[in-house]
Design a protein around this ligand. Structure first.
Ligand code: 2IP
Ligand code: CA
Length: 417
């Protein structure tokens, strides 16, 4: 067994193929945790009859403009606890630096408060979950079996990574189920436009991002999309995941897994990806994805672009990651650090990033075009309380190509003088 914890380092890369070693200390652990989470999300959705009663309205105090509804689900709480448990088991001590949207407290229909968590044995976990599920042991056992089952993945690109990152420099933001409303109410048979779903289960994502505790900048992340295609016969869903790492000049993403290119200095990489995008995608082909609740002035400023609407902050970021759109832009303060850390890391690994929209606009007006106000993940909003401490106050722009970001910010500046 490889005990990298003794050195306090994470090793990125699969060690399972080395005789006597274990698959530990790696980006792989994040991918595993996200896949287990996706299994939980799919099980709760697919067995809706079994779990149909567990939706509770979130006691949300945070502001969500024009939201239709906001729910707290057992899947939400359980996924976050599973990620904490599994990462903490592999990297002892790290569980104290894993932050997320959910608390682990759940109130059942009898009004009893139960702390959801992963117990030492599958039986104990089932017992605990049955309390949340008002005694439904069948549902509790099914969930507990997924929670305690190891997932296996085959990802050759991950196997090639050998970077080591000191564990005590890292912290995590987790959004266990982003786009909760679509998860609860979303339909399975929505149609996409140019690959983009405006709503539906495809807009649901699980987001796990790692950032540097002192700089606050993202290092690596996984976006897991549990509901991508549904088998017409079994009606079972399958999903996909995307990962990215941007650390000390190493930039590698599951969408661009050329390790030789990835180990080039970061700046060189940015230039290469910029050149490619500039060649392929002229300014007349720019596009953006925005929230339906976006302000009218932004909607009209962006109307000259190909404009898409989609649910889910994680999903809209994923559209930018996949290159379906040039940017995901949000002018409001309705996203949080847990919505952005994972996609930000992946966009960085592709030569792009995520910036504070309002600060970006302000700097442009002052003529400061060079220094981008990248989002950071370690600093709460001054004077805010509760979840609002971790809101992205100035909105955001997620982009893959710097030139596209500049062009779109120019368009907005010109109509918002
Ligand atoms: C929400 C979710 C919403 C999003 C909001 C997020 O997270 O992603 O869909 O609003 O900003 O905070 P919109 O779809 O208008 O972009 P959650 O579902 O986890 O509460
Ligand atoms: Ca969210």
């Amino acid at each position: 067994m490889v005990k990298l914890g003794d050195q306090g380092w994470w090793r990125l890369g699969i060690l399972a193929q080395i005789p006597g070693s274990q698959d530990v200390r790696s980006l792989t652990a994040l991918v595993h945790a996200s896949e287990k989470s996706a299994n939980i999300a799919r099980a709760c959705k697919q067995e809706e009859a079994l779990f149909g009663f567990w939706c509770r309205r979130k006691k949300a105090t945070r502001k969500i403009r024009n939201f239709v509804s906001d729910f707290k689900t057992l899947a939400d709480v359980l996924v976050q606890e599973v990620i904490k448990h599994d990462m903490g088991k592999k990297f002892p001590g790290l569980e104290d630096h894993i932050f997320g949207e959910e608390s682990n407290e759940f109130t059942n229909s009898l009004g009893e408060k139960i702390k959801v968590g992963v117990c030492a044995t599958e039986e104990d976990t089932a017992e605990l979950l049955s309390k949340v599920l008002n005694g439904n042991m069948t549902a509790a056992e099914l969930l507990a079996s997924i929670v305690h089952r190891d997932v296996s993945i085959e990802d050759p690109a991950l196997e090639k990574l050998t970077t080591e990152i000191p564990q005590d420099t890292m912290a995590l933001w987790v959004d266990p189920i982003d786009s909760t409303f679509q998860y609860i109410k979303g339909y399975a048979d929505e149609k996409s436009k140019d690959g983009i779903y405006s709503k539906g289960l495809q807009c649901v994502t699980i987001l796990i991002g790692v950032y540097n505790r002192s700089s606050g900048l993202p290092i690596m992340g996984v976006i897991n999309q549990p509901f991508v295609t549904r088998d017409p016969d079994s009606l079972r869903w399958s999903g996909q995941y995307f990962w990215g790492l941007s650390y000390k000049g190493i930039n590698i993403c599951s969408l661009q897994t050329d390790v030789n290119a990835a180990t080039q200095p970061a700046d060189d990489q940015v230039d290469v990806s910029r050149q490619k995008e500039e060649m392929q995608d002229g300014d007349d082909n720019l596009s953006a994805v925005i929230s339906t609740s976006e302000s009218e002035s932004i909607k009209s400023a962006l109307s000259m672009l190909r404009l898409y609407y989609a649910a889910g902050a994680g999903y809209k970021s994923l559209c930018a990651v996949q290159g379906f759109v040039s940017v995901y832009l949000l002018s409001e303060d309705t996203t949080f650090k847990w919505d952005c850390c994972a996609p930000h890391a992946i966009l960085k690994s592709l030569g792009g990033g995520m910036v504070d929209f309002r600060e970006c606009l302000k700097r442009r007006k002052l003529g400061n075009l060079d220094e981008l106000p990248e989002l950071v993940y370690n600093t709460p909003v001054n004077g805010a309380t509760g979840a609002d401490r971790w809101a992205n106050k100035g909105g955001l722009v997620a982009y893959r190509c710097r030139k596209h970001l500049d062009t779109i910010m120019n368009i907005i500046s010109s109509v918002n003088p």
